[in-house]
Design a protein around this ligand. Structure first.
Ligand SMILES: [Fe+2]
Length: 384
């Protein structure tokens, strides 16, 4: 069997690596850059420090700090229009998943015509845009090392992916120090996203021997370090391991995209604006149960990485046991069950249809129809 394994952008990883941002921007030939971030990152002072480092290298800086969760198409168009008017030749994204996705989408429009929605879930070849540096301040999305930007098509109430050269960083700078001291809730939702990437990359239809190694390690790292990071937000070793997990999961899903759990999470996210990590804790365990019959060895691998005594269970029951372990892990991290989230059950039929239209649905490793998705949503809603 031949596997297609996607590479990664150059990466700087480690505590203190962000101090080299200015130097890297200069090496890339940047003369004027747009720094993209949201209000929370502004408050931490991280964006100011990065801009100071860039200016020190004689590079001009302009800012776009209007990033919001589930990046809407109109916010991206506005940022791109501003970047064009300022004639930047570099773009720097600082923040969580939404900032990474916004930066990539703006960069897409710097090399390709508007509107951004024309590229959603389509395999249109993309020009690379300008030089791009991505600095994640959370440990979850892994977006800094992959070629995907997930954004919201507001007119159609749908999340979709822009994929291509304009979404690949010129360099990803992963400095775990940005995550030190993060509150428990952010740590939990972002960590759950990383875990979901590991679990779903391992069980993706496009899984390959390289992504499998990264995905398995991701699951172990999140399982062993998320609780420690919640208990002691300044645990440097645990935080560094979580950043590593998020990053390698991002590399894994570059060639082994997540499957049903993410198709569910994206769809519910577009309808209800609930945090992506919380929705992953709903969708990912269901995905595990659904595919357990066709991927028994992979389910065993997930179980072992999460300290499930896999030999205690028959193959038929192992899927349920591993799924239950993931749900318990999420509850212990403080995430709410599906039934406590603000969703409208009357919309489940429509949501089930939309789940199958999400890009990730293609990577479910067995046949699935809307009726089955509806059943899965009902089952998930009924769990405590
Ligand atoms: Fe995700």
């Amino acid at each position: 069997m031949i596997h297609e394994v996607q590479g990664t952008p150059p990466i700087l990883f480690g505590v203190g690596s962000s101090e080299q941002t200015g130097k890297k921007a200069k090496e890339l030939g940047c003369k004027k850059v747009l720094c993209v971030f949201g209000k929370n990152v502004k408050k931490t002072g991280f964006a100011d420090r990065i801009m100071e480092l860039i200016k020190k290298e004689g590079i001009d800086v302009v800012t776009y700090n209007e990033v919001v969760p589930d990046p809407p198409d109109n916010m991206i168009e506005k940022g791109a229009a501003f970047a064009k008017s300022e004639k930047v030749n570099g773009i720097i994204g600082i923040g969580g998943g939404s900032a990474m996705d916004t930066t990539k989408a703006i960069n897409t429009l710097l090399g390709n015509p508007s509107p951004i929605t024309r590229y959603l879930d389509k395999s249109i070849p993309l020009n690379p845009g300008v030089k791009m540096i991505l600095l994640p301040t959370t440990a979850g999305t892994g977006s800094e090392v992959n070629a995907i930007s997930v954004i919201t098509d507001t007119a159609n109430k749908k999340k979709g992916g822009v994929i291509g050269a304009s979404c690949v960083a010129s360099v990803a700078i992963v400095d775990p120090k940005f995550t030190f001291g993060l509150p428990a809730e952010i740590t939990a939702v972002t960590g759950m996203d990383a875990l979901a990437h590991g679990v779903e990359a391992l069980t993706s239809k496009a899984a390959n021997p390289v992504s499998d190694i990264l995905a398995e390690r991701t699951i172990e790292l999140v399982y062993n370090n998320l609780p420690k990071s919640i208990e002691d937000p300044d645990d440097e070793a645990a935080r560094t391991n979580l950043s590593l997990a998020a990053m390698i999961a991002g590399i894994a899903f570059n060639s082994a995209p997540p499957q049903l759990g993410h198709a569910i999470a994206h769809t519910l996210g577009a309808f209800y604006h609930i945090s992506h990590g919380t929705l992953c804790s709903v969708g990912t365990p269901e995905a595990v149960e659904f595919v357990a019959d066709v991927l028994p060895d992979k389910i065993k691998t997930i179980g072992k990485a999460m300290d499930v005594n896999v030999d205690e269970y028959s193959p038929a029951k192992l899927g349920k046991a591993v799924a239950e372990r993931i749900r318990k892990f999420a509850r212990d991290a403080g995430l709410q069950p599906f039934s406590e989230l603000s969703v409208n059950k009357d919309e489940f039929d429509k949501i089930a249809e939309r789940v199958l239209q999400d890009d990730c649905a293609y990577f479910v490793p067995k046949e699935i129809d809307a009726g089955q998705v509806r059943e899965i949503l009902d089952k998930a809603y009924g769990r405590k």
